[in-house]
Design a protein around this ligand. Structure first.
Ligand code: ATP
Length: 609
């Protein structure tokens, strides 16, 4: 009954979002399928649960024996009856603890397994999936939905089973004690339970509303505090106080409704429960007076009746909890069954050994899945020969980064083909393709981990010597050596403990360490000071040497050292050649170069050259 009156009960999903119940309850199968992987724990939990439920029912029986055999027999030896009761209590305590341990263990284990399976599947999915499904929404499925399932496996199911056993066992016991009284009790239970359930539901709704109002007050406080200077500078103190006042009053009004309901519920519970008990005792007393019922029977009857009524009360909550968990399981099952848009074929072709480092785009046409009406690449063809450095330049949105996305097979083009070392990407395993490439992205991605782990991210078996060699080549050795704990130093969330230029050099060292034949390099456009720029440039030059490099180039030095420059616009190559010949052509490249290099300050992110 306490669950019904708990106004801090966890929030329930609004019923209008719930799909048909039969369909939803079926979703719980995926939870059950995982739970049965642990038959030992299920067996222990079931035994402990059964023993605990039986011990609970034995307590009224113990009282009956004490009253009838002990007290009523006129001061005989009552010790054995109390000893039996103590043993029952001990069994109840141990069995309850064991039941709690095993069902909670199962709940946590099932949730851990679901989280692992979902994450394993998410890691297989192509980037397109994460563009269509918000990461924050997926994260909430991984945390709050799994928590709901944990509650069901770890609590609801055992509450349900325990109360079914206590309910049925209790009724049988009651019938053996006093059949007529039991029939009366069974009629009385719904009269007691239904109003409590009804008011309890209302109370839950009002409580939720009340919590929302408190959240409003919290939001308003932090807004005003955050904007205190503006409030005072604009002389809005009185208005802010009034605005806050109305939010506080509205919270108080809602709280008053909640308090009234709770007061009414308390009165109803006390009135109904104690009236019921009084009526039973009354009826029982008549029975005792005419000798048809013993005093112990009345005591046992009242205790068991309370247990049975409590069991029915708890069971009214179970179905709602199961539905909620079924909704959560359904949402997680969607993530589990999502098939990757990009996957290895049944029998992938092995890439040629040794790797050559050749990339070719043949007549590629591609539009992103979320923007099917605009082609990011149109009939695009490019052959990069082994060891060649090709600089890609062009205005923002020309399709430069898209080349990288397709080369790594994050998407499949709608027309034409992309090949690595002569093998069309869909015929090979994407993992083999990516194994041959190292990427230095424009925005360096560092993890909240040590410098060592960030550096060897693409090659976990790298030794410290190899890591330092890569750091040296990336001009990152000096600042890494100066970190308080060297390679063990923590980089902070997203590498916030490093400067922009240092982060880039870590990314370059990471790519170097992989020693791949192909390098995909998206030069950062962020403004670096002259010294960092020089250090990064030197590191890049070293990285590009002896590798096939496709570089989205923003620096004149990179462009000059490239074997070939291709100029892209609107998904196509509009010009190509070397720097001097392109300048002579006086086309798009010459225009971009003039903006960039002839002293006209412009946004580097707008014109990528
Ligand atoms: N994930 C995506 N979903 C939908 N459209 C995209 C996506 N990424 C890029 N595009 C679009 O595809 C086109 C080419 O984008 P791309 O990122 O290849 O340009 P870019 O030349 O690299 O530009 P920048 O120099 O600004 O990075 C643009 O019109 C862009 O809006």
């Amino acid at each position: 009954m306490s669950e019904l009156t708990n106004d801090n009960a966890p929030e329930k999903e609004p019923s209008n979002t719930e799909k048909p119940a039969t369909k939803k309850i079926g979703n719980l199968r995926m939870v059950w399928e995982r739970a049965v992987n642990y038959p030992k724990q299920i067996a222990f939990a079931a035994i402990a649960l059964f023993v605990a439920a039986m011990a609970t029912l034995a307590i009224p029986w113990g009282f009956k024996s004490i009253v009838d055999e002990g007290f009523a027999s006129g001061g005989g030896d009552i010790a054995p009856y109390f000893q039996i009761l103590l043993v029952i209590v001990a069994i109840l305590a141990v069995a309850t603890a064991l039941r709690f341990y095993f069902v909670s263990w199962l709940g946590e284990r099932v949730v851990a397994d679901i989280r692992l399976a979902v994450q394993r599947n998410l890691l297989r999915l192509a980037p397109g999936f994460f563009e269509e499904n918000r990461p924050s929404e997926i994260a909430s499925r991984m945390t709050s939905d799994t928590a709901i399932i944990e509650q069901v496996v770890g609590t609801t199911v055992s509450v349900a089973l325990r109360n079914i056993i206590i309910g049925i066992g209790g009724i049988i016991f009651l019938f053996t004690l006093a059949p007529t009284l039991t029939a009366g009790l069974l009629l009385g239970i719904p009269i007691v339970i239904l109003p409590i359930v009804f008011i309890g539901r209302k109370l839950t709704n009002v409580s939720r509303f009340s919590q929302d109002r408190v959240a409003d007050v919290g939001a308003m406080v932090s807004e005003t505090l955050g904007a205190m200077k503006i409030v005072q500078a604009f002389g809005q103190e009185t208005r802010e106080h009034e605005r806050f006042g109305s939010a506080v009053e509205s919270t108080f009004d809602t709280a008053k409704r909640r308090i009234r309901l709770r007061a009414a519920l308390t009165a109803v519970i006390i009135a109904l429960v104690f009236t019921g008990i009084t009526l039973l005792m009354w009826r029982g007393a008549i029975g005792v007076a005419d000798g048809s019922i013993s005093g112990g029977t009345i005591a046992a009857f009242v205790l068991t009746g309370g247990l049975v009524a409590g069991a029915f009360g708890a069971l009214t909550e179970v179905y709602g909890d199961l539905l909620r968990a079924a909704g959560a399981a359904g949402r997680l099952a969607e993530l589990l069954s999502e098939e990757p848009g990009i996957a290895a074929p049944a029998s992938p072709i092995a890439l040629p050994e040794p790797p050559r480092g050749q990339i070719s785009f043949d007549n590629v046409t591609f539009a992103y899945p979320t923007r099917t009406d605009t082609a990011a690449l149109k009939n695009f063809s490019l052959k990069v020969t082994p060891g060649e450095t090709v600089a890609v330049v062009g205005p923002s949105g020309a399709g430069k980064s898209t080349l990288f996305q397709l080369a790594q097979r994050f998407y499949d083009p709608q027309g034409g083909s992309v090949r690595i070392d002569g093998v069309a990407l869909p015929s090979a395993d994407p993992a083999d393709i990516r194994e041959r490439m190292a990427l230095v992205p424009q925005d360096t991605v560092l993890f909240a981990a040590s410098a060592r782990d960030n550096l060897r991210y693409g090659k976990w078996d790298a030794t410290d010597e190899e890591i330092w060699a890569a750091a040296r080549a990336a001009n990152a050795e000096k600042f890494l050596a100066e970190l308080p704990e060297g390679l063990d130093s923590f980089m902070g969330e997203a590498g916030t403990r490093l400067s922009g230029g240092q982060r880039q050099r870590v990314a370059i060292a990471r790519a170097l360490l992989r020693q791949t034949p192909i390098l995909l390099l998206d030069e950062a456009t962020s403004a670096l000071d002259a010294e960092s720029e020089k250090l990064v440039q030197d590191a890049l030059d070293r990285l590009m040497r002896e590798r096939t490099t496709l570089v989205i180039a923003h620096r004149l030095a990179t462009i000059r050292s490239a074997d070939r420059i291709i100029v892209m616009d609107e998904g196509q190559i509009v010009e190509q050649g070397d720097h001097d010949s392109l300048i002579t052509k006086n086309g798009l490249y010459a225009k971009l170069a003039e903006l960039q290099f002839n002293g006209v300050e412009q946004s580097k992110t707008a014109i990528a050259i």
